[in-house]
Ligand binder design. Structure first.
Ligand code: FAD
Length: 510
């Protein structure tokens, strides 16, 4: 029986059982399509990374003997839509059965399920064999609960996979070492020079330009730094465990203008396209830690493991438990547009200028830059979550909806009313100064709440809590905020709120 198997751009799993033996009856298909480059405005580096990795993957699989049809964007038979291309190939090659790997995005899941319903040949979907949980495992885990709690899910994952466990107990005697992590960067330890690659991507960039694809951001075409194949991904993993892991947790939340990556792994893209599996990443880190416990504290490895077997799987579970409704949630009923400087980086606020320009240059910002700089400001500024999602889904190299929307709409905008996060993550200049060196050279004064040079984060912060009192006051994690707000002299509060209103009116000029 002639079988056609579809592999999507984020399904580059070398170890999938499909690829364990060559079958002359099976042809695989991969395609570059405008459907995928244009559903949102992507960072140019994101499109390049996807296409370059897909092309590399196909060449490696072909070298192992697998038959592949690969449609480049400019292929004459490319209809630029996944279903149309599939239909064409099925007819042209008289395919008798269609198979695909379950997409991680709801959008594609629906599209392929609909496509299969209309097909006159049999079809079958397979697991991607990448994640540690199934699509609906977390939904069942939290069945009947109004909100989720990462900690209980994370502990169950540690037990299930026997990760950092000893005789049924967490190694080091505790599940969570957060209290020892999250320090401001003090410059006392050396930050390693990041491992980057020099991939040549001229042809892909030329093709993107030829098709007039509307992209965000900047790219160095002779020197494309991101991993585009499994070998590079393994090198990056090795670099992370040997050079960065020992300070990962400590400086996880720190932000520093001179070091965009600090001790972060930059492994999200290669994991999200499945060049690396979460289990092999975690195992490599644990193996190295076990042999080097004299120089790497348990807090570092626990912090890293938590991100991958905890947060990453948790966000995926939240996505499948709540889509498609999740994409419409707007708890605060925010309606404002996204400030223009998110697209240009042109703002006088040093923190935003830095985080946005770094994102435009590198298609990367680390978690706290996304959460407490760009995310926090958008929430304080009352931006509609649709606009916030659109920006995050486009700008980051690792942005795929299942992990983008849950982090953006859920964790950073609290638009789900607290399903994935227990409180809104917003901060004033106080937080920014505590965790970064952004405030020292800023046009605005971090210590002022009103006046022309007052840091906009300060007045907008109190404006946010004031305008959402009804929705937030009873939240036990932020009750203290309202104690402070209630104690504030009325005259002071009025000045702060008026300042915030002025800033909101001329947000594009900040
Ligand atoms: P590290 O700091 O080295 O962490 C190691 C790994 O842990 C990451 O590679 C990632 O796979 C995982 N991880 C860490 N935090 C999270 C998290 N909150 N959710 C899921 N996985 C996590 N991550 C994406 O992969 N794609 C996105 O589109 C994305 N959008 C985000 C949007 C916002 C507003 C926020 C606050 C976070 C977002 N994240 C996203 C999560 C996180 O910021 C990135 O995974 C991380 O910054 C990637 O860099 P890294 O590989 O250096 O991570």
């Amino acid at each position: 029986m002639k079988i056609l198997r579809l592999v999507l751009g984020d399904q580059l799993n070398h170890h999938h059982s499909w690829f364990q033996q060559v079958d002359s009856q099976v042809t695989y298909v991969m395609m570059e399509v405008l459907q995928e480059t244009n559903y949102v405005r992507h960072h140019i580096q994101k499109i390049v990374a996807f296409f370059a990795s897909m092309r590399y993957f196909v060449s490696e699989m072909q070298a192992k003997g697998h038959q592949f049809i690969y449609l480049t964007l400019d292929h004459v038979e490319n209809h630029q839509s996944i279903p149309e291309n599939l239909l064409n190939i099925i007819e042209k090659y008289s395919v008798e059965k269609f198979e695909y790997l379950l997409p991680d995005e709801y959008r594609l899941d629906v599209q392929l399920a609909d496509f299969c319903k209309k097909l006159s040949i049999p079809s079958q979907a397979y697991d991607t064999e990448h994640f540690l949980t199934t699509r609906y495992e977390m939904r069942n885990f939290f069945k009947g609960k109004k909100t989720y709690l990462l900690e209980s899910f994370y502990r169950s994952m540690r037990k299930k996979y026997h990760i950092l466990m000893e005789n049924g107990e967490p190694q080091g005697g505790r599940w969570n070492f957060d209290a020892e992590n999250r320090k401001k960067f003090d410059g006392k330890v050396n930050v390693p020079t990041p491992l980057t690659f020099k991939n040549e991507v001229k042809e892909i960039v030329k093709m993107i330009k030829k098709f007039n694809i509307n992209t965000i951001g900047r790219i160095e075409i002779d020197n494309f730094e991101w991993c585009i194949n499994r070998e590079q991904a393994l090198q990056l993993l090795d670099f992370f465990v040997k050079r960065c892991l020992k300070h990962f947790g400590t400086y996880q939340d720190a932000m520093e203008t001179n070091f965009p990556y600090l001790f972060h792994s930059r492994l999200s893209f290669v994991m999200n396209v499945k060049l690396l599996s979460p289990l092999e990443v975690v195992q490599a880190a644990i193996d190295y830690w076990e042999k080097n416990q004299h120089e790497i504290a348990i807090a570092q490895i626990e912090g890293f493991v938590r991100q991958i077997i905890g947060w990453r799987e948790y966000m995926r579970g939240a996505y499948w438990a709540n889509m498609p409704q999740y994409a419409t949630l707007n708890f605060f009923e925010h309606q404002n547009p996204l400030p223009e400087f998110y697209w240009t980086g042109q703002t006088k606020m040093n923190c935003l200028k830095h985080a946005i320009n770094q994102s435009l240059d590198k298609a990367y910002a680390h978690h706290i830059q996304r959460l407490m700089v760009t995310g926090s400001f958008a929430n304080l500024a009352g931006v509609h979550p649709d606009y916030v999602d659109e920006w995050y889904l486009g700008i980051y190299i690792d942005a795929i909806e299942w992990v983008e929307i849950t982090n953006t709409r859920g964790m950073s905008q609290f638009a789900d009313g607290g399903l994935v996060a227990t409180k809104p993550y917003v901060g004033s200049a106080n937080y920014m100064h505590k965790m970064t060196n952004y405030c020292t050279k800023c046009h605005y004064n971090k210590d002022l709440k009103y006046g022309d040079s007052a840091c906009p984060f300060n007045s907008l912060y109190w404006h946010f809590y004031h305008r959402h009192r009804e929705k937030l006051e009873k939240n036990p994690r932020i009750g203290m905020m309202y104690v402070t707000l209630n104690k504030m002299p009325q005259e002071e509060l009025t000045k702060i709120l008026q300042q915030a209103d002025r800033y909101l009116e001329k947000i594009n000029e900040l």
